[in-house]
Design a protein around this ligand. Structure first.
Ligand SMILES: [Zn+2]
Length: 496
C-alpha cells in the first residue's frame, strides 16, 4: 500500500491552535507522521499549498440512519467535509429497533451494523438509541405511562443498544410518543447510562415558553444517568422567549461548575425545520390523529383553524416545505387566511415538513461564542438533488456556515476545534478529531477563502463550496477534480 504525503498545507490540528504550515504522512487508515517538512519519495504526493488541512468534521446531530442506506454517497455531508455522523438524535433511531429499508431488514443495532457493512456509506456512523423509537416499539403511540413490564422492555432495548456500541440515549420530547412520557420514565431509562461515559442527549420538552423548566428537567434526567448531557440544537424559540438566553446559559454553566459534563450543538440558521404538527397549540398538539379527525369533521376543522390563531408560531412566515412558499405568500396567491391554509395542510398530512422562522440572530451569536457548543446540522445524508433535503439548507450548509461564523468570532483554530475534537470528546470517539500521529486519517483539505454554502430554502445552490479533498480512513472519498466519483469507506464506530 502506497503512503500519501500531504505537503505544504496549513495544518489546523483540531486542538484549537491556529493553523501552521506543515506536511502530513498517511499510511493505511492512519496518520503516520506530522512535521514541518517530510521527505518520502515513494509516497503519493498531494499538494495542499495555500489550503487548510483539518481533521474530518464530525456532525453530532444527524438523522441519516435510513437515508444513508438509500443514498450511500452521503453527498450533502461529505462535500462539506463531514466524515462521521452521529445518527439517532431527537429520540428517533431507526437503527435500534426492528426496521427495513431498500430490501434490507434488521431487528436491532447489531443487525443494523451488518446492513451498514453491506451498504458501505461514504461517511462513518455513530448511533444513539432514541426514546421515541424504543417507546413506540414497545407500546405504540399511547398517551399513558408504561406498565412496569413495558418499562423493563424499553430498558432492555436501550441496554442491548449500548452494549452493541450506541453512544448515548436521545430523546425528542416535543414529538410523539416522547411527549407522553413523564420525567420519571426518562430518569428510569437514563439510569441505564449510569457508570458509563455516555450522555443523555435531548431535544428538550420546550424550546420556547417552558424552556427553562425543560432545561431543568433535562439536567435532572442526565443526572439520573451518567451526569453527561448533550443539549440538542440549543435555541430560544419565539421573540417572547428570546430574553431567556441569559438564564439558560447561566443554568447550563452552573451545572458544569457543579461537575456535570454539559455540551450543546447548534446549526447556524435562525429558521428551524420540523413536522407541520408542531404548529398546533395545546391541547391540539397532543392529538396523534389530527389529520384523520380534520378529514372527518367540518366542526373540528373550524375549531383547529381558530386555535391556530393562538399558535406561538408565526404562521405567515412559516414555509410549507413542499411548496417552498410561506403560508403568507400562499394566502396572498389564493385569497385565503394563512391559518385556513395551515389547517388544510395539516388535514392533508400533519407529518409533512415545515420551516419556521422562530429564532434570534443575536442569540445565535451568543450561543456560538460558547466554547462548549459544537456544530450539528440536524440534517440528513442525501444526494444534492434530493427534494427531501430542500426543506432546510442546514443539511448541506451547516459546516461551512458554522466555520465562517465561529472563525469570525473566535478564530480559525477554535472553529475547527468545535467541528472536530469537541464532538470527539463529547462522545469519546476513539482516535478521531485531531491531526495527531496514530489517529485515523479522516481529513479535509479546503480553501478557507471559498469554503461556504449558498444553499437556500427553495432547494437551490445546495452544493457546498470550497472543499478540495476528503479522506475517509486514509482513502480519497471526495476529490473536487472528479466530483462524480465518491469513495465509500464509512464504517460503524462502536463506542464502549
Ligand atoms: Zn430535534
Amino acid at each position: 500500500m502506497k503512503k500519501i504525503l500531504i505537503r505544504n498545507g496549513f495544518l489546523c490540528d483540531g486542538t484549537g491552535r491556529e493553523p501552521e504550515k506543515g506536511d502530513l504522512l498517511l499510511f493505511g487508515d492512519t496518520i503516520e507522521e506530522i512535521a514541518p517538512e517530510i521527505h518520502c519519495p515513494d509516497a503519493e504526493d498531494v499538494d495542499a499549498s495555500g489550503l487548510l488541512v483539518t481533521p474530518g468534521f464530525i456532525d453530532v446531530h444527524a438523522h441519516s440512519d435510513i437515508r444513508k442506506i438509500l443514498y450511500n454517497e452521503c453527498r450533502t455531508k461529505l462535500l462539506q467535509g463531514v466524515t462521521l455522523e452521529v445518527d439517532g438524535n431527537c429520540g428517533s433511531s431507526a437503527s435500534c429497533v426492528p426496521g427495513e429499508c431498500a430490501g434490507y431488514t434488521w431487528k436491532d443495532l447489531n443487525e443494523y451494523k451488518e446492513v451498514l457493512k453491506k451498504v458501505r456509506p461514504a461517511v462513518h456512523t455513530i448511533a444513539l438509541c432514541g426514546h421515541n423509537s424504543v417507546r413506540r416499539a414497545v407500546m405504540g403511540d399511547r398517551n399513558r405511562a408504561p406498565e412496569k413490564e413495558e418499562l423493563e422492555k424499553m430498558k432492555a432495548i436501550l441496554r442491548a443498544s449500548l452494549e452493541a456500541g450506541a453512544a448515548g440515549f436521545s430523546s425528542g420530547l416535543t414529538y410523539f410518543p416522547g411527549k407522553f412520557a413523564a420525567t420519571e420514565e426518562l430518569c428510569a431509562l437514563a439510569g441505564t447510562l449510569a457508570g458509563t461515559q455516555k450522555p443523555y442527549v435531548s431535544h428538550i420538552r420546550s424550546e420556547g415558553d417552558d424552556l427553562l423548566a425543560a432545561a431543568d428537567e433535562a439536567l435532572k434526567i442526565a443526572q439520573a444517568g451518567s451526569g453527561r448531557f448533550q443539549f440538542s440544537h440549543i435555541k430560544t424559540m419565539f421573540p417572547r422567549n428570546f430574553h431567556k438566553i441569559d438564564s439558560l446559559l447561566e443554568k447550563l454553566e452552573s451545572g458544569k461548575k457543579e461537575g456535570m459534563y454539559i455540551a450543546a450543538d447548534r446549526y447556524p440558521y435562525v429558521r428551524s425545520a420540523t413536522v407541520l404538527h408542531q404548529i398546533l397549540p395545546p391541547p391540539y398538539d397532543k392529538n396523534v390523529a389530527v389529520s384523520k379527525d380534520l378529514a372527518s369533521s367540518e366542526a373540528y376543522c373550524q375549531e383547529v383553524e381558530e386555535a391556530l390563531k393562538r399558535s406561538p408560531r408565526d404562521i405567515s412566515t412559516t414555509i410549507l416545505a413542499r411548496t417552498g412558499k410561506t403560508f403568507g405568500e400562499l394566502a396572498e396567491e389564493q385569497g385565503a387566511a394563512p391559518e385556513h391554509l395551515a389547517m388544510l395542510a395539516l388535514k392533508e398530512n400533519n407529518m409533512q415538513s415545515a420551516v419556521y422562522l422562530c429564532m434570534s440572530e443575536e442569540n445565535l451569536e451568543r450561543i456560538l461564542l460558547k466554547d462548549w457548543v459544537c456544530a450539528g446540522s440536524d440534517g440528513i445524508s442525501a444526494q444534492l438533488d434530493d427534494p427531501a433535503t430542500f426543506n432546510h439548507p442546514r443539511a448541506a450548509g451547516t459546516f461551512p456556515r458554522f466555520f465562517r461564523m465561529v472563525s469570525r468570532l473566535r478564530g480559525t483554530g477554535e472553529a475547527v476545534r468545535r467541528m472536530t475534537s469537541l464532538p470527539a470528546e463529547i462522545y469519546h470517539i476513539p482516535r478521531r478529531g485531531l491531526l495527531k500521529k496514530g489517529f485515523m486519517a479522516d481529513l479535509v483539505i479546503l480553501d478557507e477563502k471559498t469554503y461556504d454554502s449558498k444553499a437556500d430554502f427553495k432547494g437551490e445552490n445546495q452544493t457546498p463550496l470550497g472543499v478540495r479533498k476528503v479522506f475517509v480512513s486514509g482513502r480519497t472519498a471526495y476529490d473536487c477534480a472528479c466530483p462524480e466519483e465518491i469513495g465509500r469507506f464509512g464504517e460503524f464506530v462502536a463506542i464502549e
